[in-house]
Design a protein around this ligand. Structure first.
Ligand code: TA6
Length: 269
């Protein structure tokens, strides 16, 4: 927690940020029906998808990193500038090598500053052969009402609409209501989330996250998700920093790092 009261809560399972409170208000969505049993994917917060995004490969959906226990030690929490930084680590073990035969060391850095949260994933290929992976920070933003929420910054980009399986060009800001599942190329500028006509969040991602995924299940799919309340889709919007269309290829001993940054925007008078 920062002196001003802003706070973040991170689970060891998946190195998953579960809460970010800014100005007394929760900024992330965490389903009240989310599992907290130490091994089932947790619905909400910032799941780390690694080393596979969704079902684009032979591994479990969104990879094994979100269901494993990461390591955090007290000396890995420190003051950094005007904020606090926490680092969690995951490395290959017999279970990961059984399904993904690579030596790796992953780190998740969580940096809480006044009015901002930055999450960075680092992957180090600690083996002597190249490896390839896809990944995402599957960020669930909390919104009061998704039908009154818009997301700008993706205008003009050609995206994959995973619901319709088409490749249209984005016209104007995104608005929400029904099922929406899209993969955009990363926008050059920051995205902005507006809620009820008011600016809420600026969302930035490093260039190494080459894709941006936007997901909301809408009412029909949400009703089929056992770990969501029926109206849960109204209170969440996933804006994900991702590297999926072109897998990241790391040479032996190579290192990759990319961050997503969420910055609170003041209300307009
Ligand atoms: O990032 C969007 C997505 O891949 C959707 O297709 C949807 O399946 C979502 O992730 C949630 O996946 P999960 O396995 O957490 O239910």
């Amino acid at each position: 927690m920062l002196p001003g009261g802003d706070s973040a809560l991170v689970a060891l399972q998946g190195a998953q940020v579960l809460s970010w409170v800014k100005g007394g208000q929760e900024q992330l969505f965490l389903s009240p029906h989310a599992a907290h049993d130490g091994h089932t994917p947790i619905r909400g917060g910032i799941p780390v998808c690694f080393p596979q995004f969704n079902q684009r490969g032979p591994l479990v959906k969104h990879g094994f990193a979100r269901t494993l226990a990461w390591q955090a030690s007290a000396d890995e929490a420190c003051v950094d500038g005007d904020g606090l930084r926490l680092t969690l680590r995951l490395q290959d073990n017999a279970a990961t090598r059984a399904v993904w035969p690579h030596a790796f060391a992953a780190e998740l850095g969580v940096w809480l500053q006044p009015a901002a949260l930055t999450v960075a994933l680092t992957v180090h290929n600690t083996g002597d052969a190249p490896l390839a992976f896809t990944a995402a920070l599957h960020t669930y933003l909390r919104v009061d009402e998704v039908t009154e929420t818009t997301l700008s910054g993706l205008e003009g980009l050609v995206y994959w609409d995973a619901v319709a399986d088409t490749h249209p060009r984005q016209q104007g800001a995104l608005a929400f209501g029904g099922e929406l599942d899209r993969v955009y190329p990363r926008p050059a500028q920051a995205m902005e989330l507006h809620a009820g006509g008011q600016p809420r969040l600026r969302i930035l991602q490093d260039p190494a996250w080459a894709d941006t995924v936007v997901w909301n299940p809408g009412p029909v799919l949400c009703a089929r998700l056992a770990d969501m309340r029926a109206d849960g889709y109204r209170h969440m919007l996933c804006v994900e920093a991702a590297a999926i269309d072109a897998p990241v290829v790391l040479a032996a001993q190579g290192r990759w790092q990319a961050a997503q940054r969420l910055a609170h925007l003041p209300r307009m008078e």
